[in-house]
Design a protein around this ligand. Sequence first.
Ligand code: ATP
Length: 260
Amino acid sequence: MTEERDVVIRLRGIHNQFGRQVVHHDLDLDVYRGEILGVVGGSGTGKSVLLKTIVGLQTPQAGEIEVLGYDLRRGGEEARDKVDDRWGVMFQDGALFSSLTVRENVEVPLKHVPDLDPGTRAALADLKISMVGLSWSAGDKYPSELSGGMRKRAGLARALALDPDIVFLDEPTAGLDPIGAAAFDQLIHGLSRSLGLTVFLVTHDLDTLYAVCDRVAVLAEQRVLVSGTIEEMGRVDHPWVHDYFHGPRARAALTAKGET
Ligand SMILES: Nc1ncnc2c1ncn2[C@@H]1O[C@H](COP(=O)(O)OP(=O)(O)OP(=O)(O)O)[C@@H](O)[C@H]1O
């Protein structure tokens, strides 16, 4: 008997086009509750556009988007309102407001919570700041006073502010040194497991894929060409997938994970 898995994001027949450039055509994808899904693909295959499509920053020309059981295309504003505080998004550079301190940045999504007094709001922000491994004093700092890795952690704290079911991460380890990247991978993994978070993670970083992802979805030929475990990816007979998962970088990442 196969176990039914709880699908939290279901995409069907997504079509995204800019002018004459078709980025996605007839794209289907399921994301399961509690998993860390790595979304990979060559440059320009539409990984970021896909993330933006799900969170409502890009409107596809066709297709169905269902998140946490809500039909976001047919359900309109009302459906989006229902899920808006159940996901968090972290863009590449953290996308923090430069004129606000880290604590004030993390407080931004909390301002939508009714009846939350300023003291409680600040305390909740501090809790998220410590959850992502930043010191208490980081809350008073401005983004320009932080390192790239700290800014990413602050961006993650803001994405976690409303205790979301799903977090979307766009290249979270880009620009980090290998030690900082590995630490960030472990942070994502630990948070996902302890909070039961579903993570939709766009990445080029093979170490991240091998270290933390439960499944991988490969974008190619304007759709999700294949999805499955890394082990399954190793058996896929497609030139890009083969080169990606059998290349020297993949071998190094596998060795680093200790599975030679
Ligand atoms: N707003 C837009 N207007 C026009 N074209 C766009 C827009 N957004 C994205 N594109 C195009 O869509 C394609 C996919 O872009 P996207 O940023 O999703 O790629 P990606 O797979 O994330 O690439 P990379 O790995 O290089 O970050 C690119 O050719 C890009 O130029």
